[in-house]
Design a protein around this ligand. Sequence first.
Ligand code: NAD
Length: 429
Amino acid sequence: MANNSTFEDALLRLKSLTDLTDINPEVIEALLHPKEIMSVSLPVRMDNGSKQYFTGYRCRYNNILGPTKGGIRFHPQVNQDEVKALALWMTIKCAVAELPFGGGKGGVTVSPKDLSPMELERLSRAYVRSLADFIGPHRDIPAPDVYTNSRIMGWMMDEYESVKREHSPDVITGKPIELGGSVGRDDATGRGAYLCALELIKKMEWQATEITVAVQGFGNGGYHVARLLQQAGCKIIAISDSLGGIYSEQGFDIESLWQEKQQSRKIRGVYCDGSICEMIEHTTISNEQLLTLDVDILIPAALEGVITRHNADAIQAKAIIEIANGPILYEADKIIHEKGIRVVPDVLANAGGVSVSYFEWVQNRSGQIWLIDEVHQKLKDKMTDAFLNVWQIAEDEKLSLREAAYVKALRRINSAISAHGTKEYFAKQ
Ligand code: NAD
């Protein structure tokens, strides 16, 4: 584990850009300080009649570019420090994707798998009741993250509407389609990463059919990126979840694995033809082993901080596409860069989710309902533009893709801050 906290690590990365670019130090300084953070205690009546207290957080990190936007995580490791780091990354991500949003994030320290569906609903509603004046369609718009999903977003919207006594589908995104969600939001994060992968494959002059891929995390992000890359001809040779991973040189059929996981709650190497499933030969591997496999593309799609200075040297992938937020610690960045591994950073690679969340918010506010082709085309345009833009900055200014993405974001935030007047402007008066 790193010595720094996740937030300290995120700040180190930000400060390291000061010498690299023409960014006004006032912008970096502004981004070292989260605007607001709320911590709330959430009493929840459990099914056995007892009352349990959970801690919830919500951070509005920076709103210079618009209302803050970011997911809500339900996980035992959620803490204030992690929420702040994730909210900072959302600020950068929304600026990279050129969305009219600032960055925010929230979470509850809880092991959701230990709760019954009714306890989960009570907790979700308690979170929104406590934070109903902190969030809002013009202020701070939550969305799903690790171990939260569209049903939970639906409960949260419903609770917000009950408190405010008005219809407000635009307070939260990632809702069920029947409750004002957008088509295309379910696979948007994985699809966005897939679109980045396609552009990377073109730039590297690779052939999709010759690419091997390992994916850590088989949830919303990991499943969809693996499915789409397999459809494009890539071989997904390893995949894992919190319990461990599986490996097969011949590659897995992702849809079959997903169906198997839904039924057995385990990932096992199966191939399904219609309703008949066969076990295919595979070995079980640990999450640590998956990271160091000799593959073309490694996709961390679970939690942050999995690549550190201790295992960075052992990474053999030619490229890494970060679906998880912060999977590579700052201390490991340099090692990975020196090994010549191309990293498509989280603030670009996983921006598909917030982009379609933005489309959902626009539809809710304008009363429009877009069809799937329109959503897919808009997402493709947004992700491809962002990727090519970042790639060009990296080439022109001899930066890594991560540095280039931050530079793009900071320039955008810089122009907004400058529009209010900087030290140079006021010193002249
Ligand atoms: P999810 O809850 O749908 O899936 C998480 C997956 O990670 C599960 O398969 C789980 O078993 C696995 N996992 C949990 N702990 C693990 C561990 N210690 N080792 C290996 N696997 C583990 O979550 P998600 O929405 O797919 O999010 C995954 C990552 O992507 C997170 O870092 C999240 O912040 C990021 N992300 C998600 C979205 C989104 O829209 N869902 C958007 C941007 C970024």
